[in-house]
Design a protein around this ligand. Sequence first.
Ligand code: GLN
Length: 489
Amino acid sequence: MKIENTIEDLHQMLNNKEVTVEELVNESLSKSKLVQKECNAFVTIIENPIIKEVNSNLLSGIPYGIKDNYSTKGILSTGSSNTLKDYIPFYTATCIENLEKCGAIAINKTALDEFGMGGTGTTCHTGIVKNPWNKLHMCAGSSAGSAAAVAAGVYPFALGSDTGDSIRKPAAFCGIVGYKPTYGMISRYGLFPFASSLDHCGCLTRSVKDAAIVVDAMKGLDKNDQTSWDSSNIHLYNSIDGQVKGKKLFYIQNIVDLENYTNPSKELKEHINNFYKTLDLLKKDGVEVEGINIDKALLNAIPSVYVCLSCAEATSNMSNLTGIIFGPRGKGENVTDMMIDHRTQGFSPLIKRRFVIGSYILQKENQEKYFVNAQRVRRLIVDKMKELFKTYDGLIMPVSTGPAPLLDNPKDSVSVDDVSVLEEHLQIGNFGGFPSITIPNGFINDLPVGINITGNCYDDINVLNIAYHLESKMPYKGQIAPLKEDNHE
Ligand code: GLN
């Protein structure tokens, strides 16, 4: 199918009249239906998208998907939660307006872990999202539907959001690219807030250059988001040249080295060896790559700091979900009972657990011990990274401990027991607001795995450049999951 091409290629094809916008939209819609049936990736399929003209803009006439925690005027926007199952916003998120101005065409709204709070794609109010590479496995989350759709070739890009790793982990498990730029580069006005100090907008694509094209279009100063900043002098796509000679990267040796694991599984061994092989590709091209040991106590604190801060901020942000202003009305004789009923019926157990943790942390007598201390440790982690970024151009790491787990064995990624730093280290990118990108790094057990590059704030071009270079050395750019109706079922 033509829609399975990258944005760059589709733009050429549209200009050469090898395909029309109508054809692309029709292909994208019909593929959406297949992916819905096989993977359950969408909350809404937009049946009659407005066809737009092709012009010089790379995104004109290009179909795309929107994670359902972005507000879209006149189109159901649920956050994949029963608390907003009937919510139709009266405004559109700024970054989507920016994409619409470029001529991109929204095809569907993709399913996510409820309000972005999860890492499995199994807590959407519309059900579990399945991995198009193997439907017995998860996509990871929370941008599960976006990842499944881009991997299956529904369109060349979809929007995601990333508070802990929600773009970059599903990208890895679905064999695609996931990029979150520096904090505030893209306005979050219209993104349902989860944990505002950690929330980033971003995208999932099948090539690094496509990710640059999409973020170039989404970004910009917005008076409605005071964390947004003026990046009009930054042109990501045009700045990518793939020059990496002389760059210096580090990886966190005490997370990666197999010596530090008691009884590493065959899978983990293969995964780590695969990572080292990819580092060799960079070294061959003149990149220095060094293993650095970071204080174990600091590393082990990452997941706990994330739990404290994200749950506290989420509890506060989501206190407006009462069923009074929006969402289905709860039953009750008075406002309090109505709100209690709405929240009791509407939220899944996972979210409720997080609100209990968040409320505990925010209690006056606990704030200093948990909330403020977590902020202090966050600062220590960020300072450590900034110190390293003085010497190194970026951090390179495997995204996870291996490929996507089986769906019948999901775990709430925010649990404090049995935590592996190798599964949670991407949260560093949210603590510091650092630009961070995942690209495919091969397969383990026929399932995709990813590699991640994270750089200092405002150093997006450098991060994209390294990723682009690496992508060009490996055969995974643009790969499409071979979704068949009988795929593993
Ligand atoms: N998996 C993490 C969580 O469950 C990250 C979520 C995200 O980035 N939105 O909170």
